[in-house]
Design a protein around this ligand. Structure first.
Ligand SMILES: *[C@@H]1O[C@H](CO)[C@@H](O)[C@H](O)[C@H]1NC(C)=O
Ligand SMILES: *[C@@H]1O[C@H](CO)[C@@H](O)[C@H](O)[C@H]1NC(C)=O
Ligand SMILES: *[C@@H]1O[C@H](CO)[C@@H](O)[C@H](O)[C@H]1NC(C)=O
Length: 434
């Protein structure tokens, strides 16, 4: 039965559209000053897409597996804690699903780095890196490259710095990967903006499969993130719009700095949690399924600086994860609306139907801001439209991070998410960017 269901779900989205690349402008002109094109890692325009396109159900399962190690990574961000991840049995690809083009060094070398709003340090695979993919940055060919010394203030800001030699090195984990890097500086070019002496990890060794093929751009809130290093240029302000998975025309955008940001946008207060200082926490109060506010104990959403519990927006998790009592309340209301229609599952999704789901909207009610999502943001649908799953999941039982709710990229696509650092606000507006 499960196999039959899986078969019936075959092929949707870009996995079945390899020929679409020809119709696209993959040359990747960024959109002008301070605005970078954002593409899905599996987009026809992405050189990092799988060589053999995955079937629809495989890609759904793959992304669920990636989310598991993502959640584990988010949990390792609890200050002072380093958890060695359990390697997943599946061969997973990289976690973060959206990439942007940056140039590093003098003369500039181009890389397609993953966008990660929950990580601070940028990680760039450097020449001779063990375990990295083919595309690397060659420090020897850049006249502006500088390794950072052990005594540098930046060295004190990375996890587990090692000061054996003269230059600063560190080891860390990321999803199912471990990473060894040297801390370095070089110029980075973002669209037309040049940032001098940008600090990043020059990756020398990586194991596991979560490390993004061409590195990662950290847009988190900590001291070594892009935003913290460019406060005079971008004033801790950026926004992004993630394109829909379904669209062939896959370019969203990352806008850096206060210029050309939406002026009218609903916002909620950003909260800072010292236990996970990189993450963008918000105050989620309740969830509405259709017009009904479902009964969820307030403790499910409680923000707790002592444990790191609360709700975050993350660009690197695909499907929204809610703590169990919250997920169960949402799911049960969806099921109630289906009036006893036979429910099936697909991997970690436990609420699938062989027909449309009769819930028009789900609303996340944050303090000061209600975000009402249309079905495209909470129902994942097979190509024939016959199978529909609620595209959210419960946090695993007993996980160290079980108290973290994650508003993930499937729920964010075709919305502009604004991070307004100076006013400590997070904004959300509908925007069709794909
Ligand atoms: C790169 O950095 C060096 C200083 O390290 C600077 O002299 C040079 O102008 C920078 N290049 C660009 C393109 O900004
Ligand atoms: C990091 O890992 C490398 C081996 O990959 C090891 O040689 C080095 O001592 C480690 N550094 C720290 C600070 O643990
Ligand atoms: C959100 O919606 C609820 C009704 O479900 C309403 O009472 C509340 O005022 C709304 N909040 C905002 C900020 O609009």
């Amino acid at each position: 039965m499960a196999a039959l269901l899986l078969l019936s779900l075959l092929a949707l989205f870009f996995w079945q559209q390899p020929s679409a690349a020809a119709a696209l402008n993959c040359g990747g002109a960024d959109e002008g000053a301070s605005t970078l094109q954002v593409i899905h890692v599996n987009s026809p325009c992405s050189p990092l897409r799988p060589k053999t396109p995955l079937s629809w159900e495989d890609s759904v399962l793959q992304m669920q597996a990636d989310d598991k190690s993502r959640l584990q990574f988010l949990s390792t961000l609890v200050a002072g804690r380093s958890i060695v991840p359990v390697a997943s049995g599946r061969a997973v690809t990289q976690n973060p699903t959206y990439i942007v083009r940056v140039k590093i060094g003098t003369p500039a070398q181009q890389l397609l780095v993953a966008l990660d709003t929950s990580n601070d340090v940028a990680w760039i695979p450097c020449t001779a890196c063990i375990g990295c993919s083919a595309a690397t940055f060659d420090p020897a060919k850049s006249s502006s490259f500088k390794p950072l010394r052990c005594g540098s203030p930046q060295c004190a800001q990375v996890p587990n710095p090692s000061c054996g030699g003269k230059s600063c090195g560190f080891n860390t984990t990321y999803g199912s990967s471990s990473i060894s890097a040297g801390l370095a500086q070089d110029n980075i070019t973002l669209a037309t903006d040049s940032v001098r002496g940008y600090t990043f990890g020059c990756v020398q060794k990586t194991t596991g499969s979560s490390f993004p093929a061409q590195g990662l751009l950290g847009l988190g809130r900590g001291p070594l993130s892009l935003m913290s290093q460019t406060t005079s240029l971008y004033q801790s302000t950026f926004s992004y719009c993630l394109p829909s998975y379904k669209s062939v025309n896959f370019a969203g955008s990352l806008r850096l700095g206060p210029n050309s940001q939406p002026k009218k946008i609903k916002t909620t207060q950003l909260l800072k949690n010292p236990r996970r200082s990189s993450l963008y926490y918000v105050n989620l109060l309740a969830i509405r399924v259709g017009r009904k506010v479902v009964a969820i104990p307030p403790s499910a959403f409680a923000f707790d600086p002592n444990t790191g519990a609360g709700t975050v927006f993350d660009s690197g998790t695909v499907y929204t994860i809610l703590v169990k009592p919250a997920y169960v309340a949402v799911r049960d209301e969806v099921r109630r609306r289906m009036r006893g229609a036979a429910v099936t599952s697909l991997g970690g999704f436990d609420t699938c139907y062989s027909g449309p789901i009769s819930v028009p909207t789900i609303t996340f009610m944050f303090s000061g801001m209600n975000v009402t999502l249309p079905q495209e943001n909470f129902v994942i649908r097979s190509s024939a439209g016959t199978t529909n799953c609620l595209a959210m999941a419960a946090a695993p039982d007993g996980a160290v991070n079980s108290a973290l709710n994650v508003i993930a990229s499937f729920q964010q696509q075709n919305h502009r998410i604004l991070i307004d650092g100076p006013n400590s606000k997070l904004g959300v507006a509908r925007e069709t960017c794909s």
